[in-house]
Design a protein around this ligand. Structure first.
Ligand SMILES: [Zn+2]
Length: 295
């Protein structure tokens, strides 16, 4: 059993125990769970920072939740902090964490990643979420609906969907950016330009490129699990359409993703995009669920 599986198993045990007590189906009331946990006193608002835990004199902790964040973020944060309590000496370890958002592609941030794994189990619990996913018709709009029903962000929902779906699926998270070589070239050009001021060197154009990918186990068996960073997507098709229209879009698209080059059925969903990452013509970041077509 890998450490991830161990965390999942532990989280599922908690879900089963609470379900035996409270009996209802999701959405689960995470606040109610918290108060049932021996170690947690409850939640309190936080003004600065994103999420935190505070240790009380009696050894129990209070979760600090940023009430200014959207409910979806708050719920994920609470799940994440409950995740911390699954680990020994969590009271010590939670106080030296980075406050910034993590890089999902970075395996070094293991404890934080594992707490997110636990949070995902709490927010999209088995067997309810799995059954719902197995019964649904896959489309971008349905995935958005799924996220709404579970009061989770489209990002978190898609990550979980890809893991548990009975078909081979991958999800690529895309933002408008330059290739690393273009960024280096641009830095050189700017240096040169300051020496020879008159002739401006044209700036390379940003494209929707892969930030990171999540690959389901069935997809990984068929095509491997490596989708390289910074691969660009074609300038037309459902991914671009979703980025520019900021609406969920479906369609077939040929994608060349390193070892995988083929046509996929694509379900593209616009996701939260920080100001500095908005692309040309107001294009936003996108998560695209990829399903290999059957041919
Ligand atoms: Zn954490």
């Amino acid at each position: 059993m890998t450490i991830r599986e161990a965390v999942r198993a532990k989280a599922r045990t908690i879900i089963r125990e609470f379900h035996q007590i409270f009996g209802h189906a999701p959405l689960f009331n995470l606040h109610r769970w918290l108060c049932g946990l021996e170690v947690i006193r409850g939640t309190a608002p936080i003004q600065q920072g994103f999420r935190d835990m505070a240790l009380e004199a009696d050894g129990r902790v209070v979760l600090r939740v940023n009430r200014d964040r959207p409910t979806t973020r708050q719920r994920f944060s609470i799940g994440h902090e409950i995740g911390h309590t699954l680990f020994p000496e969590y009271e010590v370890s939670v106080r030296c964490r980075k406050a910034t958002d993590r890089d999902w592609a970075n395996p070094d941030d293991l404890l934080e990643t594992l707490c997110d794994v636990a949070s995902s189990e709490f927010l999209f619990p088995e067997p309810w979420f799995h059954k719902r996913v197995a019964d649904m018709t896959l489309s971008a709009a349905e995935i958005v609906g799924l996220a709404k029903d579970y009061q989770a962000s489209p990002d978190a929902t898609v990550r979980r969907l890809v893991e548990v779906h009975p078909q081979p699926l991958a999800a690529v998270f895309l933002t408008w950016k330059l290739k690393p070589t273009e960024i280096r070239q641009r830095a050189n050009d700017r240096n040169q330009q300051s020496m020879f001021a008159d002739d401006p060197i044209p700036e390379p154009a940003r494209k929707l490129r892969v930030d990171y990918a999540i690959v389901g186990s069935l997809f990984s068996k068929k095509f491997g699990d490596h989708i390289p960073k910074d691969k660009s997507t074609p300038c037309e098709g459902p991914i671009h359409q979703a980025s520019l229209s900021q609406e969920p879009c479906d369609g077939a698209l040929f994608l060349d993703l390193g070892t995988v080059a083929r046509t996929f059925v694509v379900h593209a969903i616009p996701i939260y995009t920080p100001e500095e990452s908005v692309g040309p013509d107001g294009g936003v970041s996108v998560v695209a669920v990829l399903r290999p077509d059957s041919k």
